[in-house]
Design a binder for this molecule. Structure first.
Ligand SMILES: Nc1ncnc2c1ncn2[C@@H]1O[C@H](COP(=O)(O)OP(=O)(O)OP(=O)(O)O)[C@@H](O)[C@H]1O
Length: 439
């Protein structure tokens, strides 16, 4: 019985390790890694070159007063705590070490402590946090429990270090999402719409693939354009709205929408542009004028609209100079970047080379069997591997319906207000009437 019990226990743990890595980590991985970390911390830091020589005074005191051997000093451990995905450690760096030293050694630390990944984050000058994950958290994405949309920030994906990747429009107002076919761009946008729908913002959609994706969000959209002609008129209306908001700011002597008293503050607007290349491409000479109008409006919004609370979220497969005049100028203004799997290195470079050159290689290596995985970067130079939770179009649509009452009153966009698509039955609901039951 003892042998059978032991075998069943081992089998159960093996099963949990593969099928329920979170449970396995909490029961086995965390205590083992914690113990290993505590026992080997000093020697690991030493062999990884993460120690400094003590000052002469300290060496003198240790040798002559404490009568101990003088050892090199590793960063001081300030706090260790476990999470459902890994282990976190706060370290105080001694003079002579910088966060980049730990970043350079993170691969060695990962192997030394037998964890899936080690990410180093500077929390404040002199302090870093080591975020270790015990297993591949991106293989089956579960967002952290407290991750909820609030203010103008939406948690859209999970980072490799187990924390939420938050799309915060006040920190990074304009962004660009790139990726090949089937790389997960639409699912990324669904997560975004699902979060934004719950916030007090106006959502504007531009989807020139005849609205195949965005028309499902119609109940929560303040405006929707599904053809390049409509997009040109809608963008003109947004530029006019931006100008009238600037007039409002100047009347009240402020330079930013958030400085206005709440009662006077216009509602923030998020403009979601799907397949941006459709707005740039022209098939005949007569389309040129429309293209010019669209590109000028987009560039003006990207350059100035942040201050009046209008934000751009642009999405496409590629976004390079081959799209013609204005493309690279617009791209430079879209400083938040999310690059999914791409077909060629040039696309990864279009998305990341100007903001986080180190991330280009990582984006080129995203495997096709991991849709929804992307590299997120911004102009701070920092980047992270992320993956969205998989949600269906129906789920995003259901949230848009649920929060349809939050569509704000925006007279400037009223002519572009979409009609809700013909009601489709909710999953599991049949339109066929059941036959009456007869005896
Ligand atoms: N995070 C994810 N987890 C699991 N599967 C995903 C994830 N993201 C996307 N997928 C799957 O990958 C496939 C492609 O996703 P999606 O439609 O979002 O790609 P896309 O880049 O928008 O493609 P296209 O450019 O052709 O419209 C879909 O079958 C989707 O279910």
């Amino acid at each position: 019985m003892e042998v059978t019990g032991a075998l069943a226990g081992a089998g159960g743990l093996g099963y949990a390790r593969v099928r329920a890595p979170r449970v396995y980590w909490s029961l086995v991985g965390l205590p083992v890694t914690w113990g290993r970390f505590m026992l080997t911390y000093r020697s690991t830091m030493d062999v990884c070159g993460l120690t400094v020589q003590p000052s002469r005074l300290r060496a003198f005191l240790v040798r002559n007063v404490a009568r101990r051997e003088v050892l090199p000093i590793p960063p001081k451990v300030r706090r260790v705590w476990g999470t459902s995905t890994g282990l976190r450690v706060t370290l105080r760096l001694p003079a002579g070490l910088e966060p980049a030293d730990l970043v350079a050694a993170s691969e060695r630390l990962r192997h030394a402590w037998g964890v899936h990944s080690v990410t180093v984050v500077e929390t404040r000058p002199g302090y870093v946090e080591l975020r270790m994950t015990g297993y591949d958290v991106l293989s089956r994405v579960r967002m952290p429990r407290g991750a909820r949309p609030e203010g103008l920030a939406v948690p859209v994906a999970l980072r490799e270090d187990g924390t939420a990747f938050v799309r915060d429009y006040r920190k990074v107002p304009m962004a660009l999402t790139l990726g090949a076919n089937n790389s997960g761009k639409s699912v990324y946008q669904r997560n975004l719409v699902k979060g934004l729908a719950q916030l007090p913002v106006a959502l504007v959609g531009i989807d020139c693939k005849r609205g195949v994706e965005q028309s499902a969000y119609a109940p929560r959209l303040s405006a929707l354009a599904t053809t390049p002609d409509d997009a040109a008129s809608l963008l003109d209306a947004l530029v006019a709205e931006m100008e009238s908001r600037f007039d409002l700011l100047s009347t009240h002597g402020v330079s930013d929408l958030w400085e206005l008293p709440e009662a006077l503050r216009p509602v923030p607007v998020v403009v979601l542009v799907d397949e941006v290349a459709e707005l740039f491409l022209i098939s005949s000479k007569k389309d040129e004028e429309r293209r010019e109008r669209i590109v000028t409006a987009l560039i003006r919004l990207a350059q100035m609209a942040r201050a009046v609370g209008i934000y751009l979220e642009v999405c496409g497969q590629r976004f390079g100079s081959e799209l013609g005049k204005g493309a690279t100028m617009l791209r430079a203004q879209l400083t938040g970047r999310v690059v999914h799997r791409v077909n060629d290195k040039q696309t990864a470079e279009m998305g990341l080379a100007d903001v986080a050159p180190d991330a280009v290689l990582a984006a080129s290596l995203i495997p096709p069997e991991r849709p929804g995985t992307a590299i997120a970067a911004d102009s701070s130079g920092g980047w992270a591997k992320i993956r969205t939770p998989h949600i269906t179009r129906d789920e995003a649509t259901a949230v848009c319906r649920q929060f349809a009452h939050l569509v704000p009153d925006l007279p400037a966009l009223e002519p572009f207000r979409p009609h809700s698509p013909v009601d489709t039955p909710a999953p599991g609901v049949s339109l066929v009437k059941p036959l009456p039951v007869t005896d």
